[in-house]
Design a binder for this molecule. Structure first.
Ligand SMILES: Cc1cc2nc3c(=O)[nH]c(=O)nc-3n(C[C@H](O)[C@H](O)[C@H](O)COP(=O)(O)O)c2cc1C
Length: 171
């Protein structure tokens, strides 16, 4: 882990999950330094389940990142300061299938605990995948939800136990 990061208890982070995920967005990354992929996400959450500290993210099976999420035991969520919004927009509008996102964005991948995050991040969660669940349209109690799925590519929801929470010193 790079020197500028310090490991903290997730209970001590000041961020508001609604703002940080919904408005600032995050990079969901899975794989190791040799082979990984990342995508932007603005849906997910932080919370507690089975008495564990949990990060949740949702990945459509159509994403290149999905295959990496499937074959990895760990994943990371990386959060950035506002000047990286363009980088996040890029990673959320281009696919790793046909784009080298690291070359295009200049992000510096760091491998830690078998997964990858970024030296430029201000807040990182490294998570162990402990549960997944496919969104089931038969269970939509609010029929409006279906409008998010014109391609019927219902997300897989991943619950990751937080094994490391890092913040950039000085942030
Ligand atoms: C702001 C924003 C939020 C997004 N949130 C999600 C999300 O939560 N889940 C998801 O599957 N895709 C989400 N996407 C779309 C993916 O980031 C996008 O399809 C990306 O190009 C996938 O890259 P990949 O094919 O390399 O995995 C989001 C895109 C943007 C711009």
């Amino acid at each position: 882990m790079p020197d500028e990061f310090i490991e903290v208890n997730p209970e001590d982070i000041p961020d508001n999950p609604f703002k940080v995920i919904g408005s600032q967005w995050m990079l969901v990354t899975a794989g190791n330094a040799q082979s990984f992929n990342t995508m932007t996400a603005s849906w997910g959450g932080f919370g507690v389940m089975w008495a564990k500290k949990i990060c949740t993210c949702v990945v459509r099976p159509t994403r290149h990142t999905y295959g990496f999420m499937e074959k990895s035991d760990t994943f990371s969520l990386s959060f950035f300061t506002p000047e990286y919004k363009k980088t996040l927009l890029f990673c959320g509008t281009h696919s790793g299938r046909d784009t080298d996102k690291m070359a295009e964005t200049g992000l510096t991948p760091v491998e830690d605990v078998g997964t990858v995050y970024y030296n430029e991040a201000r807040l990182v969660f490294v998570c162990k995948k402990i549960y997944h669940h496919d969104i089931d349209p038969a269970r939509f109690l609010d029929t409006e939800i279906e409008s998010n799925y014109p391609l019927k590519d219902y997300h897989r929801m991943y619950l990751g136990e937080v094994i490391k929470c890092l913040i950039k010193q000085g942030d």
